[in-house]
Design a protein around this ligand. Structure first.
Ligand code: UVW
Length: 355
């Protein structure tokens, strides 16, 4: 784990570390610039800090305190050119789902489409032109195939209702970000379009059947998939995207209650593997990518918080890998440009994989 896993403020207080010292520890460890001998707390204390459950995670050590683009910063011309090398046969795969009102949705989220009029307007001109529009009422970035942005998930670090201690990526607070008319910071429009190398782990094939709700994908599972799929772990590079096929997607529109009721997925072990590898995005055929319920019953969506909030790593949910798997295509160019709706927490859209 990298050195950003710092001590929870309360725990530091309990350990007798004052505000000034905490700032020193934060600044030093975050910047990675404090020489071992100068860290007054010493190695033992640093170790204690590194293992803290609710760390301070800002400013981001790679992209700095003002960054709002997170791991999309890995999208560079060099990454594009490296990704292009995976395109061999020119085949384009849709890996997103069709949006429709009957699709499974989290909680009370809605998806309601109406075509006003019939047709909506016209006719115009001597040529009698008519037209149709649609009106859509939905949590547009958080229904169906959805790309979670950095304003989507945060952690309450203070008392209930204290917006100055509800923290998001790069330490942004609810107080400075929140607005009824769209987030003032970390909106989805800040995300750079994704064009990166994608690696698909077919857990369903590895396990021999659809994984079950609450079943956690381990790093050992990933390594077994790599072997089965004739892929190398070292080939998963910084800025790449990783995808998990659990088989759970087969329930989509067939058994929505079961689909929504939990899911298999990654836990903190694989999350840390992703962070160590410098992954830019995770994705899955499930609605959260992470295992639900978490094996630690006290935790709610800890992988979301670890990847999105603390590390700026994006998450693409409710994907469909059926056609890629049918063609045994496990490595591809993953291409997705989030709809730049100013202040949105996520994006719908049509991601593609190109082989
Ligand atoms: C939550 O919003 C809690 O989850 P998801 O990102 O899976 O929609």
């Amino acid at each position: 784990m990298d050195s950003r896993y710092l001590q929870d403020k309360e725990e530091l207080k309990e350990a007798g570390v004052d505000e000034e010292r905490r700032n020193f520890l934060t600044a030093g460890l975050v910047g990675g610039a404090v020489a071992a001998g100068t860290l007054m707390a010493g190695a033992a204390h640093a170790q204690q800090i590194a293992q803290a459950p609710t760390p301070v995670w800002w400013p981001h050590p790679k992209w700095g305190k003002d960054d709002q683009a997170g791991a999309s910063n890995y999208m560079t011309p060099a990454k594009t050119l490296d990704t292009v090398k995976l395109i061999k046969d020119g085949k384009v795969y849709r890996i997103g789902r069709v949006y429709e009102s009957a699709m499974p949705k989290f909680g009370e989220r809605a998806f309601t489409l109406r075509i006003p009029g019939g047709p909506t307007g016209g006719s115009f001109g001597a040529n009698k032109l008519i037209y149709n529009d649609e009106y859509l009422s939905t949590e547009i970035g958080q229904t169906g195939t959805q790309f979670d942005g950095l304003a989507h998930i945060g952690i309450q670090m203070g008392k209930d209702g204290d917006k100055n201690e509800m923290r998001y990526y790069n330490g942004v607070t609810e107080q400075e970000m929140g607005s009824a008319y769209g987030m003032k910071k970390l909106g989805i429009e800040q995300v750079k379009p994704f064009f990166t190398r994608g690696h698909l782990f077919d857990l369903k094939a590895h396990k021999g059947a659809m994984m079950e709700a609450g079943q956690e994908i381990t790093v050992a599972d990933l390594r077994a998939c790599l072997q089965k799929q004739n892929m190398q772990e070292a080939d998963v590079k910084e800025g790449d995207a990783v995808f998990f096929n659990t088989g759970w997607g087969e329930l989509w529109m067939k058994n929505n209650d079961k689909f929504n009721g939990g899911e298999p997925g990654i836990g903190m072990e694989v999350a840390k593997w992703c962070i160590d590898k410098g992954i830019s995005l995770t994705g899955a055929d499930t609605w959260a990518t992470e295992v639900v319920p978490n094996p630690n019953k006290d935790l709610a969506f800890p992988v979301h918080a670890e990847l999105i909030t603390k590390n700026g790593i994006f998450n693409h949910e409710n994907l469909d890998f059926t056609t890629l798997i049918a063609d045994r295509k496990y490595q591809f160019a993953y291409i997705f440009s989030p709809a730049p709706i100013k202040g949105a927490t996520g994006s719908n859209g049509g991601p593609i994989a190109v082989t």
